[in-house]
Design a protein around this ligand. Structure first.
Ligand code: 5GP
Ligand code: MN
Length: 340
C-alpha cells in the first residue's frame, strides 16, 4: 500500500468509518468486515458496517454480525452512514459495480476510500489500495494491514477468530491459495488465542438437515459430467429453491464437490435466482475460470474461483456454457493430464 504513513496519520485521531463488502457476503467478506470492525473500534473510531444484501445464516454466530446494516432492508440508513463517513473501506471486492446501489453511494461520497482485496484486476477507485491477488483471502490482508499500521499488539482473540474464519472459508479449509506466509499468520493467530477447532466446528459442523438433503439432491439428480471436456455441471431450478427452502448462502460450497472427481478440471454451478441466473465456476491448476466468467458472463473473480450471471434463464445459460467448452477443450484436457 502506497502512502500508508499518510493514512496512518489520518487514523491517528478518532474517525467516522464505514466498512463495506460485496453482495451475498461469504465467510471472507464477513470475517474481514468484522475483524476490521473490532480492530478499529478498539482504536477509538466510530465504525459501521454496510452490506448490500443479507449475510448467510451459517455465520450468524460471529460476534458483531448483527450490527451490519443491510442495504436491501435499510437503504436510508446505508446512505446516511456512507454520506457522513470520513473513511470508507472496500473489502473483498474489486469494483464498485459489484455492490450495486451501495457502489454509487460510495462513488459520490466525500470520504477517503481504502480498498483491501485479493481479486484480479482491481478497478482503482480507492485513494489507498492494498490489493494482492496472491493473498488467500481479504482476511489475510487485514492482518497485513494491521501490521502496516504497527498495531500487531491490538489483535485480540476476537479479531483473530474473525480473520481465521475468512481464511478458513476462502481456502476451502487450507486446500488452496495457501502459502508459507499464510501458515505463519495462522500460527500467530493461534498463539493469540484463536481456537481453530472450535471455529471449524462452528463453520462446518452446524448445518441444518436440509443442507445435506439439498447436497444429496444436487449430486444424485442435478449433476452432469462432460468427460470429453473434463467439466462438471450442477444446476438448480427455482422449484428446487422452494422444495428445499433454500436461502442465501445455503448453496455455498456445493460447486467444490465436483472438483473431487479426478476427471474434472472445471466445475460449474448454475442456479436460477428470482431475476437472474447465477453461475459459479471453479477450476484446478492453471485453468482460468476468470477468463470465462468475464468473457461470457459479465463477471470475474480469481483464477480458480469466479462467478457471473446471465439474464436468459437456466436452460439457455446451460446451453451457452456448454457451447463455449470446445474453445477450451485442449486447456481443460492439458490440466487434467497433469494429475495422473
Ligand atoms: P461465488 O461463485 O462463490 O459466488 O464467487 C466466486 C468468486 O467470484 C468470488 O471471489 C466472487 O467475488 C467472484 N464473483 C462471483 N460472482 C461475480 C460476478 O457476478 N461478478 C464478478 N466480477 N465477480 C463475481
Ligand atoms: Mn475473498
Amino acid at each position: 500500500m502506497e502512502n500508508v504513513s499518510e493514512l496512518k496519520q489520518f487514523l491517528a485521531i478518532p474517525r467516522d468509518i464505514v466498512l463495506t463488502t460485496h453482495r451475498n457476503p461469504d465467510g471472507d467478506a464477513v470475517g474481514s468486515s468484522l475483524g476490521l470492525y473490532h480492530f478499529l473500534r478498539g482504536e477509538g473510531h466510530t465504525v459501521h458496517m454496510c452490506v448490500p444484501s443479507e449475510y448467510p445464516g451459517f455465520l450468524g454466530w460471529m460476534p458483531g454480525i448483527h450490527d451490519m446494516v443491510v442495504y436491501d432492508t435499510d437503504p436510508e440508513r446505508t446512505q446516511e452512514l456512507i454520506e457522513r463517513a470520513d473513511v470508507i473501506f472496500a473489502l473483498d471486492y474489486n469494483a464498485l459495480d459489484r455492490i450495486d446501489k451501495t457502489g454509487e453511494l460510495i462513488y459520490s461520497a466525500k470520504a477517503k476510500k481504502v480498498m483491501i482485496d485479493h481479486h484480479l484486476y482491481p478497478e482503482g477507485f480507492a485513494d489507498y489500495q492494498l490489493s494482492e491477488e496472491s493473498a488467500s483471502s481479504t482476511c489475510e490482508l487485514i492482518y497485513d494491514f494491521i501490521q502496516l499500521l504497527d498495531k500487531d499488539i491490538s489483535i485480540t482473540p476476537l479479531i483473530g477468530e474473525c480473520l481465521f474464519t475468512g481464511i478458513l472459508t476462502d481456502t476451502g479449509s487450507f486446500k488452496y491459495s495457501t502459502s508459507p506466509k499464510l501458515f505463519r499468520i495462522v500460527a500467530k493467530l493461534l498463539e493469540r488465542g484463536v481456537d481453530d477447532v472450535k471455529i471449524q466446528g462452528m463453520v462446518f459442523n452446524c448445518l441444518p438437515e436440509k443442507h445435506l438433503r439439498l447436497l444429496g439432491h444436487c449430486l444424485a439428480n442435478r449433476m452432469e459430467i462432460l468427460d470429453e471436456y473434463r467439466t462438471g455441471i450442477i444446476t438448480l431450478t427455482k422449484e428446487d429453491y422452494e422444495t428445499f427452502d433454500i436461502k442465501r448462502g445455503d448453496t455455498e460450497g456445493i460447486v467444490n464437490f465436483l472438483l473431487r472427481l479426478k476427471n474434472v478440471t472445471m466445475a460449474a454451478f448454475i442456479h436460477e435466482q428470482p431475476k437472474i441466473t447465477k453461475i459459479s465456476l471453479r477450476s484446478k491448476g492453471d485453468f482460468s475460470v476468470q477468463q470465462i466468467a468475464s468473457k461470457y458472463f459479465k463477471g470475474g473473480g480469481h483464477l480458480n474461483a469466479s462467478g457471473g450471471a446471465s439474464f436468459t434463464g437456466l436452460a439457455s445459460t446451460v446451453r451457452k456454457f456448454k457451447s463455449i467448452l470446445p474453445e477450451y477443450k485442449s486447456q481443460l484436457l492439458g490440466e487434467a493430464d497433469k494429475v495422473k
